[in-house]
Design a protein around this ligand. Structure first.
Ligand code: NAD
Ligand code: DAU
Length: 351
C-alpha cells in the first residue's frame, strides 16, 4: 500500500489538478508537492486543498541532487509522480539548454535519489514519469502514435522529454527500478498558463488583442481535458504495470484555426459581443520553427488494459474552460502581471 507520494511540479497546470485529485480522493496518503515555483508554478492553483492535513508543499529544485538526496532520506517516499518540467515549445527554441538541464538532468537526479534511497527494497515502490506525445515526432495526415511508435523528437522541448524518458527506461533496465511512463496529448482546462494556445487566445479575446495563429493554422493537435489526464494518471499509478509505457489521448483532433474560430464563437456569446467580433482579431504570424504538423494518440491500450476513458467531451470542456477564465480574471491578471511571483518570492525566498 503506497502511503507517501512525492508529486513534482504540483504548482503547475497539470500537476495542480493531479494534486487536487489525489489529496481529495486519498485521505490516507500523504501527498508532498515539490516545486521550484518557476514562472509556471503558482500556489494559487492549490488554494482549495492547501490546508488539507494530507498535503504539504516544499519549494525546491529537481536539478539540485544534494537537496533531493536529503529530501528522500527524511521524507521516505513510497512513490513519485514526476511532472516538473519546462513545458513550452516556444521557450525551448529560445533557450534549449534550460530544457536539457531541467528535463533531463532534473529527471536523472530524481531517479538517482529514488534509487539510492530505495535500493534495499523496491517492492511497493514506483517512479511514475509524466511524458508527452511530442516525443514520437510529427505525423502527416494519417495514422496515430502507438506505444510502439519509435521516439523521434523534433524540438528542443521534445528532445529533452525524450532524453528523460530514456533515462527512466535505463534505470528500469539497469537497476530494476520500478517505473512507468505515460505520454499524453495536448491538455486544456483551468489553470493553464496563458502562453499556451487556448488560454492565450481566451486572454487576448478578453483584452481585444490580436490572436496570433502560427503559419496557416493548419497544424493539428489532439486535445484532452486536464481532469481526464489527471484521472488517467490516477488509474496508471494504481493499476499500471512496471516497465510499461501508456499513451493518453482524447481522440479529439483539431486544426488550430478551426479551434481558434470555435473559441471565438464561444467567447462572443459569453461576452455578449456581436457574432464575428472575436474572429476579426485573428492574425496570421510567422510560423514556429520546425513546427510539428500533427499529433494524434492511440490510447486504446490504456482503455483496454486499465479501463480508462475520457469523460468530458470537447464542446463541454471548452465551455467549462472559458467559464473558468471569465470567472477567475484575478488569476489571469496575477499570472500576466507577475504579481503572484513577487508575492511568492517574498513568501518563500529563505526556504
Ligand atoms: P507547467 O509548465 O504548467 O508546470 C511545470 C511545473 O514544474 C511548474 O509548477 C514549475 O514551477 C515546475 N518546475 C519547473 N522546473 C522545476 C524544477 N527545476 N524543479 C522543481 N519544479 C520545477 O507544465 P504542465 O503543462 O503542467 O506539464 C506538466 C508535465 O506534463 C510536464 O512534464 C509536461 O512535459 C507534461 N505534459 C504536458 C502536456 C500539456 O499539454 N501541458 C501534455 C503532455 C505532457
Ligand atoms: O502534445 C503535448 C504537448 O502539448 C505538451 O507536451 C506541451 O507541454 C504543451 O505545451 C503542448 O505543446 P504544443 O506546442 O502543441 O502547445 P501550444 O499550446 O504551444 O501550441 C498548440 C498549437 O497552437 C501548436 O500547433 C502551435 C500553435 N500556436 C501556439 C501558440 C502559443 C499558435 O498558432 N499560436 C500561438 O500563439
Amino acid at each position: 500500500m503506497i502511503k507517501k507520494i512525492l508529486i513534482t511540479g504540483g504548482a503547475g497546470f497539470i500537476g495542480s489538478h493531479v494534486i487536487r485529485r489525489f489529496v481529495k480522493r486519498y485521505p490516507d496518503y500523504s501527498i508532498v508537492n515539490l516545486d521550484k515555483l518557476t514562472y509556471a508554478g503558482n500556489l494559487e492553483n492549490l488554494r482549495e486543498i492547501e490546508d488539507y492535513p494530507n498535503y504539504s508543499f516544499i519549494k525546491g529544485d529537481i536539478v539540485d541532487l544534494g537537496f533531493l538526496s536529503e529530501l528522500f532520506t527524511t521524507e521516505k517516499f513510497d512513490g513519485v509522480i514526476h511532472l516538473a518540467a519546462e513545458s513550452h515549445v516556444d521557450r525551448s527554441l529560445e533557450n534549449p539548454a534550460e530544457f536539457a538541464i531541467t528535463n533531463i538532468v532534473g529527471t536523472l537526479n530524481l531517479l538517482q535519489a529514488a534509487r539510492i534511497n530505495w535500493k534495499d527494497n523496491f517492492s511497493n515502490k514506483l517512479f511514475y514519469h509524466i511524458s508527452t506525445d511530442e516525443v514520437y515526432g510529427s505525423l502527416e495526415h494519417g495514422g496515430h502514435f502507438t506505444e510502439e511508435t519509435p521516439v523521434d523528437p523534433r524540438s528542443p522541448y521534445s528532445a529533452s522529454k525524450a532524453g528523460s524518458d530514456h533515462f527512466v527506461k535505463a534505470f528500469h533496465n539497469s537497476y530494476g527500478l520500478p517505473v512507468i511512463i505515460s505520454r499524453c496529448s495536448n491538455n486544456y482546462g483551468p489553470n493553464h498558463f496563458p502562453e499556451k494556445l487556448i488560454p492565450l487566445m481566451i486572454h487576448n479575446v478578453i483584452h481585444n488583442k490580436p490572436l496570433p495563429v502560427y503559419g496557416k493554422g493548419e497544424n493539428v493537435r489532439d486535445w484532452l481535458y486536464v481532469e481526464d489526464h489527471a484521472s488517467a494518471i490516477d488509474v496508471i499509478f494504481h493499476k499500471g504495470k512496471s516497465g510499461e509505457v501508456y499513451n493518453i489521448g482524447g481522440n479529439n483532433e483539431w486544426r488550430n484555426i478551426d479551434l481558434v474560430k470555435l473559441l471565438c464563437q464561444i467567447m462572443d456569446s459569453k461576452l455578449k459581443r456581436e457574432k464575428g467580433t472575436s474572429e476579426k482579431l485573428i492574425t496570421y504570424v510567422k510560423d514556429r520553427l520546425g513546427h510539428d504538423l500533427r499529433y494524434a494518440i492511440d490510447s486504446s491500450r490504456l482503455q483496454r488494459e486499465l479501463g480508462w476513458s475520457p469523460s468530458i467531451d470537447f464542446p463541454k470542456g471548452l465551455e467549462k474552460t472559458v467559464d473558468w477564465y471569465l470567472n477567475n480574471r484575478e488569476w489571469l491578471d496575477h499570472v500576466t502581471s507577475g504579481a503572484y511571483r513577487e508575492y511568492y518570492q517574498s513568501m518563500y525566498h529563505n526556504r
